[in-house]
Write a protein that binds this ligand. Structure first.
Ligand SMILES: Cc1cc2nc3c(=O)[nH]c(=O)nc-3n(C[C@H](O)[C@H](O)[C@H](O)COP(=O)(O)OP(=O)(O)OC[C@H]3O[C@@H](n4cnc5c(N)ncnc54)[C@H](O)[C@@H]3O)c2cc1C
Ligand code: FES
Length: 266
């Protein structure tokens, strides 16, 4: 397991997909080469005191450019911090704490389903790279309100195809693929006879709750990366409590952000 460290990351580039979605590429310490899909970082967004707290982002990808390790953060502009991130100039330095949390426990054999809602696809890009490297077949279920809410869909299609699987798109307005929610698209595939050993997911809480219900009904295990609001990212502020089936609360930043679907009280 990698020990998280507080470091200074250098901005390599910001790639719009188009906005409000973008990828921030950061030069980071070598320890990130071993990051687990589902782990996250706490990033200083502006370099000033406003906003005061760092923001949490899943590591969406990791690679080497020459001798340098770079990570990619796939993000959506929703407020002050993410707006500042989207405007970062090449070479800018920002404090970065990570890699943090518990990632996905990915399998050695498939087929499995990756299930993403909107920018919740971020940790599943790295998951798809890791699965492909193991030769594990997966289908990628990608849902959004409309076709505009599926950033980097071509990367997910390529990753799934490379592993012998495919991309299944679901949009609520019917602008692309299956008309409806991504969990309904998954249910339709299961009804048609497709079987998965497990699901690995990230997205809005209602989507994950629906997936937990579907998984329980079909006897299909799964893990989900949760995105609660976070203050510190390392267990100090208790701001990220997740209701646990034990009756107690788990900390999303330390016990998660990846939980088994059947251990969260949705
Ligand atoms: C472990 C983890 C991983 C994450 N990974 C990603 C990622 O890969 N890509 C990405 O785009 N976002 C991710 N998020 C969410 C991201 O942290 C928030 O979008 C970000 O903190 C918003 O900062 P802001 O200053 O732009 O918005 P703010 O001005 O702080 O808030 C704007 C709006 O966004 C809402 N918001 C703030 N934080 C969250 C949150 N955690 N979840 C849902 N809504 C929130 C606020 O309630 C408010 O309505 C992740 C969150 C966690 C906890
Ligand atoms: S974010 Fe502070 S305890 Fe989890």
């Amino acid at each position: 397991m990698i020990v998280a460290r507080d470091a200074v990351a250098r901005v390599v580039e910001v790639v719009p997909h188009p906005l409000p979605y973008f990828t921030l590429v950061l030069e980071v310490p070598d320890v990130y080469a071993e990051v687990t899909a589902g782990q996250f970082v706490m990033l200083e967004t502006t370099g000033g005191l406003e906003p005061y707290l760092r923001r949490a982002f899943s590591v969406a990808d990791v690679s080497k450019r020459g001798d340098v390790v770079v990570i990619e953060l796939l993000a959506k502009v929703v407020g002050r911090g993410t707006r500042a991130m989207a405007e970062l100039g090449r070479g800018t330095r920002r404090a970065l704490l990570g890699p943090l949390g518990r990632g996905f426990d990915l399998p050695e054999a498939g087929p499995v389903a990756l299930v993403a809602g909107g920018v919740g696809s971020a940790p599943l890009l790295l998951a798809s790279r890791r699965l492909a490297a193991r030769g594990v077949r997966f289908d990628f279920f990608y849902g959004g309100r409309s076709a505009a809410d599926l950033p980097r869909r071509d990367d997910f299609a390529r990753a799934a195809q490379a592993a012998g699987g495919r991309l299944v798109v679901a949009t609520e307005d019917g602008s692309e693929g299956f008309r409806g929610r991504v969990t309904e698209a998954l249910a339709a595939e299961l009804d048609a006879g497709r079987a998965y050993r497990a699901t690995y997911s990230c997205g809005p809480m209602p989507m994950l709750a629906a997936l937990a219900r579907l998984s329980a009904e079909r006897g299909m295990p799964g893990e989900a990366a949760l995105e609660t609001e976070m203050g510190c990212g390392f267990g100090a502020c208790l701001g990220c409590a997740v209701p646990h089936v034990s009756g107690r609360f788990a900390l999303c930043c330390q016990d998660g952000p990846v939980f088994r679907l059947d251990e969260v009280r949705w």
